[in-house]
Design a protein around this ligand. Sequence first.
Ligand code: MLT
Length: 322
Amino acid sequence: MLGRLLAAALLAGLVGSAQAQPYPSRPITFVVPFAAGGPTDTLARILTERMRVPLGQTVIIENATGAAGSIGVGRVARAAPDGYTVSIGHWSTHVVNGAIYALPYDLLADFDPVALLPANPQLIVTKTSVPAKDLKELIDWLKQNQEKISAGTAGAGSASHVSGAYLQSITGTRFPFIPYRGTGPAIQDLIAGQLDIMVDQSSNSLPHVRSGKLKAYAVTAKSRLPSAPDIPSVDEAGMPGFYISVWHGLWVPKGTPKEAIAKLTAAVQETLADPAIRARLTELGQDIPPREQQTPEGLAAHHKAEIEKWWPIIKAANIKGE
Ligand code: MLT
């Protein structure tokens, strides 16, 4: 009896001291739902490298890939709601996937929002040997070669896939999509000439366009990117209104303590206010949201509005998951 009382007292003491530990008292894991080296991974690494200063802890990146990011997002949905497992995702993982996959989690009900993160448009890019000099010539080339060519994507329903399918519907073309575990490895195959075309986030392809390893035909935005003024907007290039912006966000499992969420939000805000980080992100074509949107409320409102806008469009387009 005495032994049991002592054990209970010891356990209570241990639990008490664990509860008293301020967050974060150990490394935090960011689950990137795509392959290393791709756009989501790059953004996560830029942010976490700086976030660890205000957090006072290491942030580990875990690449949990597959099924257009839904494997990695599911891993966070099932994690303990303690602030130590964080989901970094974007428009396709947290909006599009809900319209095309029978997900074993609910994109709104199973997560608490932390902050809205930067958004980047996409570039229509090809391997360098494609002869087309501008977007109009590229569309003609696609029509003439659709039997022979292929496009890389990060899986059915990923941003690169949905935008590629949108490009096909506008141009009346049909070519196969080759799914990868992220556009990081896909872009390497495009550079090597094993793929022909991709509609890819600017943050992934722009460095390769600058170094002459890829050709860019247009940016999927109303205006040109300040960091890539030579690439025409889709309006200028002849595909008016083909706008796609891949916005990112940070979420934690539902029920995570408010104190932990507030610390993560503050770390995002400090990071996105840092001039060196802002310059790096702008160089990659990322647009940083205003500080008041880098909040749980900012992300919640944007996320809900995007689901309401895109689910009917994606469902009507009849895009199927893997
Ligand atoms: C990635 O990180 O590989 C991308 O976000 C994939 C995509 O959705 O196109």
